[in-house]
Design a binder for this molecule. Structure first.
Ligand SMILES: Cc1ncc(COP(=O)(O)O)c(C=O)c1O
Length: 277
């Protein structure tokens, strides 16, 4: 809303987070929606959008419901070819994706090609509130003058800022946390797959255990809770009909034993409810 005018265009992945969709609704730019992570469709829409003054491709770096990761290398190549800027929402990447936890752009080697990054202090950084935007200084200066949610809201509580700042210090001192997240994610994904489950997405600590049926997802999640494991079942309208799942999130504080216990519990609960033979 602050950056783009009716002369500009925004191109958005169809599965972008609701907050991006609402932000785009507020902005007066011309809107193009491309099929989820479909680079042919993005290219077609970029061609169509050449008639506008500026083009901004907007995508989640990592998509929270499926644990899949935007093809940022290809997106940045297309953006370069069609003279567009790239915006990524890194709420599900900051602090743990990439060798040093810098996010999807680090994971995919395009840190110098993404123009604007939005992220939250409230997920991996642990503060449960607040967020930030990074980008070229003139753009940040503009946001400080024109961004309505920033101008017309109270500041963050100092304790939240203090916690987030400490979390960033820890991440910058060592990449041990980011590296251990990757190893734990790999352990869970491969053991669950070997047990016969389908895990959506790739290399992401959000591990959606795909079940299809909404009731199955709900009763299995309840049974997991009875065994002391807190996982949440998601079904329509949060995810498409017929794609119900239990979303498991691996955390840096989980031990290998925790992960193995979770896989064992899923296997027992899956057999009990007919999700596994
Ligand atoms: C992809 C994405 N973007 C933005 C947000 C909003 O973050 P916050 O609640 O810190 O404003 C969320 C929160 O769930 C999210 O998942």
């Amino acid at each position: 809303q602050a950056l783009l005018t009716p002369e500009d265009a925004v191109l958005s992945d169809e599965l972008n987070h609701a907050s991006i969709i609402d932000g785009i609704r507020l902005c007066k730019a011309n809107k193009y929606r491309y099929k989820h992570m479909d680079m042919q469709d993005l290219e077609a829409k970029l061609k169509e959008a050449q008639k506008h003054r500026l083009r901004l491709v907007a995508t989640d770096g990592a998509f929270s419901m499926d644990g899949d990761i935007a093809p940022l290398r290809e997106i940045c190549q297309l953006a370069q070819k069609y003279d567009a800027l790239v915006f990524i929402d890194e709420c599900h990447a900051t602090g743990f994706l990439g060798p040093n936890g810098r996010g999807t752009d680090e994971l995919l080697g395009v840190m110098d090609k993404v123009t604007i990054i939005n992220s939250t202090l409230g997920k991996a950084l642990g503060g449960a509130a607040g967020g930030y935007t990074t980008g070229p200084k003139p753009l940040i200066d503009l946001l400080r003058q024109r961004s309505r949610p920033y101008l017309f809201s109270n500041s963050l509580p100092p304790a939240v800022v203090g916690c987030a700042s400490k979390a960033l210090d820890l991440l910058m001192e060592s990449n041990a946390i980011a590296q251990s997240m990757a190893a734990k994610t790999q352990r869970f994904r491969s053991k669950m797959t070997a047990a016969g489950f389908t895990i959506s997405g790739k290399d992401h600590p959000i591990c959606p255990v795909m079940l299809g049926d909404a009731r199955l997802a709900s009763v299995m999640a309840e049974d997991m809770l009875n065994r002391g494991i807190y996982v949440i079942g998601f079904s329509y309208p949060v995810v498409p009909k017929g794609k119900a799942r239990i979303r498991v999130q691996i955390s840096a504080v989980h031990s290998d034993e925790d992960i193995d216990r979770c896989v064992e519990a899923f296997t027992q609960v899956g057999r009990k409810h007919g999700a596994l033979p």
